[in-house]
Ligand binder design. Structure first.
Ligand code: ASP
Length: 583
C-alpha cells in the first residue's frame, strides 16, 4: 500500500496515529533546526515536519528533495503549535519517521500553487503541471460532477445514451468541416461531425424515442473565449413531442443540475420571442439579470432638424440609472467605446436628467426641455438618470445598443456572478438573408421545421417565416439550442431548395436522410447544450478553456504537443495527398 490516507484528510482526531502519505512536494522551508514540507495530492496539502526527533538517516534524503518530487512519507500525526485556519489539515502536521523518493523532479518551469508565477502560455505548454494546481483541478472536478448529474437525470427520464460515429459525412451547422483523408478510399474524405444532428434524427426514425450523448463536436471557425475547435455538447433528441415537451424536459435538466451541483434553485424560465429579445435587449441572448431595456424613440426624435436622427432608420435609447453625474470625460470615453469597430456606432447622444429636473444634452440645439422630457417619459427615466442614444441602421444600432447596455450593466455592477437568470428565446426566424452571397442561410440548421402557420410564406416571403426553434440563454450566454424537426421528405426537399441546393446536391449530401424519412419518420425535436459553456458558467469563469483538461489556444494549436504539425512524405503518399505551396 503506497498510502494509508490522503493529503487532504488529517485532522485533530488523527493525532497520535502513524500514517503514510504519498504525493508531490509543493514547498520546502528549511529553518535550520527544523524543516517543513508541504505535501500535495489531489485531495489537499499536509505539512510534514523534520526536527530534532527525526531519525538521522532521513537527513540525506531530505537534502536531495526539491519541488515536485514524488515522495512517500510515514510519520506520527501531531498537533501544530501554530495552526493554519485556512487549510483543511491546518490543525495538524506529520512528524517524519520515514521518507522515500518515488520519483525525482526537474525544477518545474513555474511554481505549482494557486498564485502561480507562470504566465498563460507557459502553463498551457506544461498543462499537466498546471492541472496539479487545485484551482484548475477544481474546474475539472466540477465538470465531472456536472456530467454525472446530466447522465443521472437523462437516464432516469428514459433517455438512451448512444454513441454516433466521429468519421462521418458532413453535417451542416454553419461552420467549416474538419476533414480526414481516407487511405483505403484514395481521394475521399470523412468530415468530423459539427454535431451528431443527422444521426440523432436517424435514431428517431429507428424508434429510439429518447436519445442523448455527451459528445465531442468539431467546427473549424474563428476562435473566441467561448469557442474551441473541438467542444462538448449534451446532445438530445425526442420523438412524439412538441416544442413545449422539449423545453420542459431540458428546463428540468438545467434546474436539476443547478440544484445537484451548486445547490441553487432557479426560477421557472420565462419564454421570450426572438423579436422581443432583439427589440428590448438588442440581442438574441439577453442578459435578464437587469432591466435597462432598449426603447425605440424614432418617432419622438425625428423631424426636429437634427439631420443625423432624421436620416436614421432607427433611434434607440437606454436609461443608465443614477448616472446623470457622469463627467464629460466619462461620456467621451463611452462615446469612443461605442465607436470601436467591434461595436461600430458612429457616435452617441446623451441626455442628463439632472436631480433638479433640468435636462442637459449633446443635442440641446435641436431639442427643447419638453422634447427631452418626452424621451425621459418613454424610458421611465427619473431625475438623476442618464439617457444614451444611438441611431442608424435598425439591426446594427439595436445590436450596438445591446452591447452598450451590457457594458453599462457591468459598470453599474448589475451583472452579478452567482445570480442565474435562465430563459428560453423562442420563435427564431427560419432563414437569414446573406447580402453578400444574395441567398438564404438556415438560421439554425436545414432540418429545422418552420412554424406550421408560416409554411405558406415559404413561397411568398421566406424571410418572414418563423421556426420552431429555441435557445436556452443564461446570463447573456447561449447555453443551448434546438428545434422541432422537419420529418416530411417533401418539406425537407423544399427547404434544401430554398437554401440553394440543387436536387442533385441535396441527394448527394443528404439522400440517406430523405430516404429514411420515406420509411415512417416520427415527429421529433431535439436540443444540444454547450457543455463547456455550462461548466464555465457554473465555475464563474469567462473562458471555456479553463474547464477543458487540454484546450487549444486562440490559433487552434495545442502548444503542449505542438499540433497541428506536418506529416511525413510517406504518410502523404499513402493518402494520395500532395501539398500545395502556401505563404
Ligand atoms: N445540432 C444542433 C446544434 O449543434 C442542436 C440541435 O438542433 O439539436 O446546434
Amino acid at each position: 500500500m503506497y498510502r494509508t490516507h490522503t493529503c487532504g484528510e488529517l485532522k485533530a482526531e488523527y493525532i497520535g496515529q502513524t500514517i503514510t502519505l504519498a504525493g508531490w512536494v509543493q514547498r520546502i522551508r528549511d529553518l535550520g533546526a527544523m524543516s517543513f514540507i508541504d505535501l500535495r495530492d489531489r485531495y489537499g496539502i499536509t505539512q510534514l515536519v523534520a526536527d530534532e526527533n527525526t531519525p538521522a538517516e532521513l537527513t540525506e534524503v531530505l537534502e536531495q528533495l526539491g519541488r515536485e518530487f514524488v515522495i512517500q512519507a510515514t510519520g506520527t500525526v501531531r498537533e501544530r503549535s501554530s495552526k493554519n485556519k485556512n487549510m483543511a489539515t491546518g490543525d495538524v502536521e506529520l512528524e517524519l519517521k520515514e521518507i522515500k523518493v518515488l520519483s525525482p523532479s526537474a525544477v518545474p518551469p513555474f511554481t505549482i500553487q494557486d498564485d502561480t508565477d507562470g504566465g498563460d502560455d507557459l502553463r498551457m505548454k506544461y498543462r499537466y503541471l498546471d492541472l496539479r494546481r487545485s484551482a484548475v483541478r477544481k474546474n475539472l472536478e466540477l465538470r465531472a460532477q456536472m456530467a454525472h448529474a446530466v447522465r443521472s437525470y437523462l437516464t432516469e427520464n428514459g433517455f438512451i445514451e448512444t454513441e454516433t460515429p466521429v468519421l462521418i459525412k458532413s453535417t451542416p451547422e454553419g461552420a467549416r468541416d474538419f476533414v480526414v483523408p481516407s487511405r483505403m478510399n484514395p481521394g475521399e474524405f470523412y468530415a468530423l461531425p459539427q454535431s451528431p444532428q443527422i444521426f440523432k434524427q436517424l435514431l428517431m426514425v429507428a424508434g429510439f424515442d429518447k436519445y442523448f450523448q455527451i459528445v465531442k463536436c468539431f467546427r473549424d471557425e474563428d476562435l473566441r473565449a467561448d469557442r474551441q475547435p473541438e467542444f462538448t455538447q449534451i446532445d438530445c433528441e425526442m420523438s412524439f413531442v412538441e416544442q413545449e415537451d422539449v423545453l420542459n424536459t431540458f428546463e428540468g435538466l438545467t434546474k436539476y443540475t443547478f440544484k445537484k451541483v451548486l445547490n441553487v434553485e432557479v426560477d421557472n424560465f420565462p419564454r421570450m420571442p426572438y423579436s422581443t429579445a432583439m427589440e428590448k435587449y438588442g440581442s438574441d441572448k439577453p442578459d435578464i439579470r437587469f432591466e435597462m431595456l432598449l426603447h425605440d424613440i424614432t418617432n419622438l426624435a425625428q423631424s426636429k432638424g437634427f439631420s443625423i436622427f432624421d436620416s436614421a432608420e432607427y433611434i434607440g435609447a437606454i436609461c443608465a440609472k443614477g448616472c446623470a453625474e457622469y463627467s464629460r470625460k466619462q461620456i467621451d470615453e463611452l462615446t469612443e467605446w461605442v465607436k470601436r469597430p467591434q461595436i461600430g456606432a458612429k457616435g452617441m447622444v446623451y441626455v442628463k436628467y439632472s436631480d433638479d429636473g433640468s435636462f442637459k444634452s449633446s443635442v440641446d440645439k435641436f431639442y427643447s426641455a419638453e422634447d427631452l422630457k418626452t424621451w425621459a417619459e418613454k424610458l421611465g427615466a427619473k431625475p438623476g438618470d442618464l439617457i444614451l442614444v444611438l441611431s442608424g441602421d435598425k439591426a446594427k444600432t439595436m445590436d450596438a445598443l445591446g452591447t452598450l447596455r451590457l457594458e453599462i450593466g457591468n459598470r453599474l455592477g448589475l451583472r452579478k456572478k452567482g445570480t442565474y437568470k435562465p430563459l428560453w428565446v423562442v420563435d427564431f426566424p427560419l432563414l437569414e438573408w446573406d447580402e453578400e452571397g444574395k441567398r438564404f442561410f438556415a438560421m439554425h440548421h436545414p432540418f429545422t421545421s418552420p412554424k406550421p402557420e408560416d409554411i405558406a410564406l415559404l413561397d411568398t416571403d421566406p424571410g418572414k417565416v418563423r421556426a420552431n426553434a429555441y435557445d436556452l440563454v443564461i446570463n447573456g450566454v447561449e447555453i443551448g439550442g434546438g428545434s422541432v424537426r422537419i420529418y416530411d421528405s417533401e418539406l425537407q426537399a423544399k427547404m434544401f431548395d430554398i437554401l440553394g441546393f440543387t436536387p442533385e446536391q441535396a441527394k448527394a449530401q443528404f439522400g440517406f436522410l430523405m430516404n429514411a424519412f420515406k420509411y415512417g419518420a416520427p415527429p421529433h425535436a431535439g436540443i444540444a447544450f454547450g457543455f463547456d459553456r455550462l461548466v464555465s458558467m457554473f465555475a464563474g469563469l469567462d473562458s471555456i478553456r479553463d474547464v477543458i483538461a487540454f484546450p487549444k489556444n486562440n490559433s487552434g494549436r495545442d502548444v503542449m504537443n505542438d499540433s497541428p504539425s506536418p506529416i511525413s512524405q510517406e504518410q502523404l503518399d499513402e493518402l494520395y495527398l500532395q501539398l500545395k505551396k502556401h505563404d
